[in-house]
Design a protein around this ligand. Structure first.
Ligand code: HEC
Length: 160
């Protein structure tokens, strides 16, 4: 019985940890300093997205040769970076005077914003699949579809 109880306790701790980490209040922004840090982190994340998209864009345009290894590596990175977006955009910075390209409507449409990040994740996974399959005819299309997910989100949630 004791063993049963303690494993129940462990299970409920695990459960409450999961719940807590997915609550947006877990990263509530309370000071301007926190807001500035949140902006720095999410912009740094997007700079890494940009740095990994660069070579893929050049490849799609034919400015650099097709390279399956680069597609796989950069696709993996962008998939991971895309998965981080939801967390890094959870802190709502709208109450603070911060220099940001983010529009306030992100925090009134979080489900849609997160879906658009998920679309980037899936497009980045597809870039890897296409390269792994050696589908050299499809690579431009796959990269183009990934690029379209940037625009789809920026159109709604980023200042011009
Ligand atoms: C789910 C929405 C979303 C997706 C998808 C997205 N972005 Fe963004 N991006 C934003 C928002 C919002 C900002 C403004 C962030 C800020 O300034 O706080 C931004 C900013 C940026 C910036 C400027 C960062 C800085 O230093 O100010 C770059 C570069 C960028 N995005 C590139 C990309 C590229 C390339 C892709 C696609 C591969 C992409 N983004 C996909 C929402 C998105």
């Amino acid at each position: 019985m004791k063993k049963l109880l303690s494993s129940f306790a462990l299970a409920s701790i695990a459960l409450s940890t999961v719940t807590f980490s997915t609550l947006s209040t877990a990263t509530e922004v309370k000071t301007e300093k926190q807001a500035k840090a949140a902006v720095q982190f999410r912009q740094a994340l997007l700079q890494l997205v940009r740095s990994n998209m660069g070579p893929l864009g050049a490849m799609a345009k034919g400015n650099i040769p097709y390279d399956a290894q680069v597609m796989i590596k950069n696709g993996q990175r962008m998939e991971q970076l895309g998965l981080m977006m939801e967390d890094y955009f959870t802190p709502n910075t709208t109450a603070f005077d911060v220099e940001t390209g983010a529009l306030d409507n992100i925090w009134s449409n979080q489900a849609d914003f997160n879906q658009k990040a998920q679309n980037m994740v899936e497009a980045a996974a597809n870039v890897q699949s296409v390269a792994q399959a050696g589908a050299t005819d499809d690579y431009r299309k796959a990269i183009g579809a990934l690029g379209a997910t940037c625009k789809a989100c920026h159109d709604d949630y980023k200042k011009d």
